[in-house]
Design a protein around this ligand. Structure first.
Ligand code: G1P
Length: 271
């Protein structure tokens, strides 16, 4: 059963400067709603009961957003604004399910995941990268349903233009299960165009096994001097753990770059 999700939120968001110089990118509004709430709603709809936020001291503003009760209570008492009461109810609902752990040095996604080690209860858990929004169809829900059938790890996949492969983790396929799903033979973090095993990219939704913590414990730095979750996954695949790539149906929105953020906001407004 997948009941816990983790969300790495300690990234500095330099690609969104100057918006992120004093603000967390995950709180930036997308059509009037902070990006992180789209991710939380995806989790709730997929049956997740607990979400672990990996933040840093520099990004405490994220915690504050969910813990500003006395402020809301004061205003609601004075104004009795219906809209605000509804929004505050939502925030309280999110707050109940969120736990926080800290990653104060930006050592990479693999290191961020490792910080949640003592909190994970079941054999598998979900990870969502907040830069990747997927709208119109719940990707996490679809992946959880595949996991239930196949009892193994599942990762989101999307076909990308060949010339952009060095921006993503890239899959090598083993064999197709059906049109939407395939077994993964290998995965490489941000390969050069000439070395890329395919143009199927890793998108930020992962169902990972708890045993990945044993690998992460000794995981060496990889590309760009960071500890990559992709490298730990690669080791697990080499050790014969099954991983499925899922070509999701929803629409992918990149919120991690300034161009992507602006485009994604417009796209959500239209939908
Ligand atoms: C991360 C992962 C990469 C994946 C991407 C999806 O990269 O390391 O494998 O393809 O997310 O968005 P980042 O965006 O942190 O550079």
């Amino acid at each position: 059963m997948i009941k816990q999700a983790i969300i790495p939120l300690a990234g500095l968001g330099t690609r969104l400067l100057p918006l992120t110089s004093i603000f967390a990118k995950e709180l930036l509004p997308m059509n009037g709603k902070p990006g992180i709430q789209y991710i939380l709603d995806e989790c709730i709809e997929a049956g997740i009961k607990e979400v672990i936020f990996i933040i840093s001291n520099k990004k405490k503003i994220i915690k504050k957003y969910f813990y500003n009760d006395s402020f809301f209570k004061k205003i609601i008492k004075k104004k009795k604004d219906k809209r605000l009461i509804e929004e505050y109810k939502k925030i309280k609902k999110y707050k109940k399910m969120i736990k926080f752990v800290y990653q104060n040095k930006p050592l990479g996604t693999g290191d961020a995941v490792y910080k949640t080690k003592s909190k994970i209860k079941n054999d598998f858990f979900l990870m969502l990268l907040p830069d990747d929004l997927i709208i119109k169809k719940n990707c996490s829900k679809a992946m959880i349903s595949i996991h239930k059938k196949k009892k193994c790890s599942v990762m989101a996949s999307m076909n990308v233009p060949r010339k952009t492969v060095n921006r993503w983790g890239i899959y090598m396929k083993e064999k197709n299960i059906n049109k939407k799903n395939f077994y993964i033979k290998d995965v490489v973090e941000k390969p050069n165009v000439n070395d890329a095993p395919s143009n199927y990219a890793v998108i930020g939704r992962y169902i990972l096994p708890k045993k990945i913590f044993y690998i992460l414990k000794n995981q060496k730095k990889g590309k760009g001097g960071e500890i990559h979750i992709t490298d730990a996954i690669r080791t697990l695949i080499q050790q014969n753990n099954k991983f499925i790539g899922h070509n999701f149906e929803g629409k992918y929105l990149d919120c991690g770059t300034m161009h992507g953020y602006i485009k994604s906001s417009l796209e959500i407004a239209k939908s």
